[in-house]
Design a protein around this ligand. Structure first.
Ligand code: NAD
Length: 464
């Protein structure tokens, strides 16, 4: 069992108020983790504040070199990190290793991009010099979720650190040992205090979001993101939010129903549906609905998934399935939690869904495919737009004009045509509405972590 500690001002400390994380595969205890108090939060923020000016004054190349060394350390520890991630949150180990590789790649990308990102010079009075200079924002609070814990943390931490910020990192209480191991790999490459780590749940995150930091970067649920945005408005910190989604998949009448069902299954069931850009609701044209549903049921039966993160989350997912059945949905596959230990839940297909069902309206974050049958492509677009979220959307169509009409109409940060996942490296989008604000990924995250200063330099009377 892992015994997690806090890292504050370069020193590991046991902390208090411990709780235990349970392996969702079989119910065995995996991790004992403390919860940082308001006092510990203040100490970590003060240490970050004290360490940041020297880190900002370190040459960008040297900061990048630290990140590169840290990336190599994380890469070498892939085995133990993947085992820990899998035991804490249920992701199969091979998928955990792939997501760690993504995190390592992100650290390396920021190590390359950091020293290259600069400001610009302006064309003013020829006797003067006008500059736009990006400066580190100061202290960044990075508050992360459990569903992809290493890759998400590597993105926020890599971009914040390489641009000269100090970071106070709070991993999810559902994957604390994963965050603690990651910190143990990163911190030795950084001066003390530049990276602190606090374990704990929402109260620790809330204390951090309300503390004297300059940026609160939160990846997680919409409810927590809204709370953090309000806290940041009170303190004057910048809030960077990558939050929940209820991504639609639209299936046009001219596509192969078997192929569309395979795409839908991948989108809805991968990582047991616990992906921010998972397919959360499916609008299928009536012309192929029957064939599509038959094929989707076959896909569900064949799809292998890990357990959900814990029993609390399983109860929430099942609650949405029960609500849908109460309101007239038809259960075609899954929908019953198995007996025995662990937080397993089968790939589930619901037909005859309506917009009022919670499983369609809100984020489910489980392996559920709720299917709504529609009479036209335009109806699908209209109904897909009725959502408080705006993270991503997918359209399956053979029609170029429908594809173009759809990406222009859909109010989401990311629109994918004919593939539920995928996209060129470096793509970063602004999530819309309840899905967040700012660039949480890509080269643009470096801009989010810096503030631009305009400088106007003139010679004194008589010249230099
Ligand atoms: P969560 O918001 O409950 O927790 C995420 C982090 O926020 C944790 O560290 C938690 O302790 C902390 N937290 C919770 N309440 C807080 C508060 N009031 N103040 C400060 N911190 C608080 O989310 P989760 O359940 O861990 O993760 C799942 C959610 O994350 C889903 O909604 C998913 O869509 C979203 N997510 C989004 C993206 C994205 O890029 N948009 C990526 C991954 C996950």
């Amino acid at each position: 069992m892992h015994t997690v500690e806090h890292l504050i001002a370069g020193a590991w400390t046991a902390g208090s108020d411990r709780s235990t994380v349970i392996d969702p595969h079989d119910g065995t205890p995996v991790t004992s983790a403390p919860a940082a108090t308001a006092h510990e939060v203040a100490a970590a923020v003060a240490a970050a504040r004290a360490a940041q000016p020297d880190w900002a004054a370190t040459a960008p190349d040297a900061r990048a070199e630290a990140l590169r060394a840290a990336a190599t350390a994380v890469e070498h520890a892939t085995g133990v990190l993947a085992r820990t991630m899998s035991a804490e949150m249920g992701k199969p180990q091979a998928e955990a290793a792939a997501s760690i590789a993504a995190g390592v790649g992100t650290l390396r990308q920021y190590a390359e991009l950091g020293p290259l990102s600069g400001g610009r010079t302006l064309g003013g009075d020829p006797g003067a010099l006008d500059l736009m200079v990006p400066e580190p924002r100061g202290v960044v609070a990075a508050i992360t979720p459990w569903n992809d814990p290493v890759a998400v943390a590597c993105g926020l931490l890599g971009a914040a650190l390489v641009t000269g910020n100090a970071v106070v990192y709070k991993p999810s209480e559902r994957a604390p040992a994963t965050g603690w191991l990651l910190t143990k790999l990163l911190a030795p490459h950084l001066p003390p205090g530049v990276l602190s780590m606090l374990a704990g749940a929402a109260p620790t995150g809330a204390a951090l979001a309300e503390s004297a930091v300059d940026v609160v970067a939160h990846v997680g649920s919409t409810a927590a993101g809204r709370w953090i945005a309000a806290a940041a408005a009170r303190t004057g910190a910048k809030a960077l939010l990558e939050n929940g989604g209820s991504d639609p998949l639209i299936v046009d009448e001219d596509v192969d129903p078997a192929w569309a069902a395979a795409q839908a299954a991948l989108g809805a069931f991968a990582n047991a549906g616990q992906i921010c850009v998972a397919v959360e609701r499916i609008y299928v044209h009536a012309a192929l609905a029957e064939d599509f549903l038959l094929a989707l049921v076959k896909e569900a039966a064949a799809f292998e998934i890990g357990p959900l993160v814990d029993l609390r989350h399983r109860a929430a997912v099942h609650g949405q399935v029960v609500d849908a059945l109460d309101r007239g949905a038809t259960l075609l596959a899954g929908g019953v939690a198995p007996d025995g230990p662990g937080a397993w839940y089968p790939p589930t297909v619901l037909a005859d869904c309506t917009d009022e069902m919670r499983v369609v309206e809100t984020e489910t974050f489980g392996p559920i495919a709720p299917v709504v049958t529609v009479g036209s492509f335009d109806e699908a677009l209209r109904r897909a737009a009725r959502t408080p979220y705006g993270l991503a959307a997918t359209v399956l169509t053979g029609s170029m004009s429908n594809a173009h009409w759809a990406w222009q109409q859909l109010e989401a940060g990311t629109v994918k045509i004919n593939a539920v996942f995928g996209g060129a490296p470096g793509g970063a989008a602004h999530p819309r509405r309840g899905s967040g604000q700012g660039f949480g990924y890509g080269p643009e995250l470096l801009d989010e972590m810096t503030a631009t200063k305009v400088v106007h330099l003139e010679a004194p009377p008589g010249g230099w």
